[in-house]
Design a protein around this ligand. Structure first.
Ligand SMILES: Cc1cc2nc3c(=O)[nH]c(=O)nc-3n(C[C@H](O)[C@H](O)[C@H](O)COP(=O)(O)O)c2cc1C
Length: 204
């Protein structure tokens, strides 16, 4: 009897009989639900001619692949002009009037823990439909990572603008990629994306 009790105790201590992979998951082991939302414009664009997939769209796909996250595109109800100069003029007017253009469809940001928010730098800011999308949601407790494509201005002050718009979220260090690079040097861009994801601890 005493021997049996001892054997049972020993078995319990060394984990006998447990399936080899059974273990308690710690908080660090829990996979976070990741969403990648982005706005991107096709048509005539700076330094890349007429494009069928936007520069930011390309980077967003790389982030979704690198994290296993879900991709969602912010699409305005009314298209922007396909010619560069007309688009630039319209975007300027919208920024000056703090417009909030209507956007198509939606996704429940509330169901995710980590949200990447991507956009082209337009006049040192995010395109206004990105604000329209952000303002529809509750960002409390979310971890937000901004990323943008640009042609020289980098992220400008957009990390700060995102922190102001996504109330209650923690905003991490953003990534800026030159649009021409995203469009024309995709291997190099993928490396930059991967190294950023590793730095922020979100690589798959
Ligand atoms: C309306 C408009 C405004 C822009 N303003 C800036 C700017 O202020 N700074 C900058 O570096 N690039 C600016 N650009 C260039 C874009 O940020 C760049 O081409 C970007 O990669 C476009 O991304 P997309 O293809 O995802 O739309 C602007 C482009 C457009 C169309």
């Amino acid at each position: 009897m005493r021997k049996a009790t001892f054997a049972l105790l020993l078995a319990a201590l060394i984990g006998w009989g447990l399936p080899a992979r059974a273990r308690i998951k710690t908080d660090q082991d829990m996979e976070k639900k990741v969403l990648v939302v982005f706005f991107s414009h096709t048509g005539e664009n700076y330094g890349v001619g007429r494009i069928v997939k936007g520069n930011t769209h390309i980077v967003a796909e790389m982030i979704a692949q690198g994290t296993g996250g879900k991709l969602f595109e912010i699409v305005p109800e009314k298209d922007y002009p396909q010619t560069y100069n007309e688009c630039v003029a319209e975007a300027r007017q919208e920024k000056e009037s703090a417009a909030r253009p209507a956007v198509k469809g939606d996704i429940a940001v509330e169901d995710y823990e980590v949200v990447f928010v991507g956009y082209p730098n337009w006049w040192g800011d995010m395109p206004m439909p990105v604000y329209s999308f952000i303002e529809k949601h509750d960002w409390n407790g979310k971890q937000v990572y901004p990323f943008c494509t640009h042609e020289g201005s980098g992220l400008s002050e957009t990390e700060k603008y995102i922190a102001g718009a996504c109330k209650g979220a923690t905003v991490g260090k953003g990534l800026a990629v030159k649009g021409t690079m995203a469009q024309k040097s995709q291997d190099q861009t993928r490396k930059s994306v991967q190294s950023w994801l590793e730095k922020v601890g979100l690589a798959k």
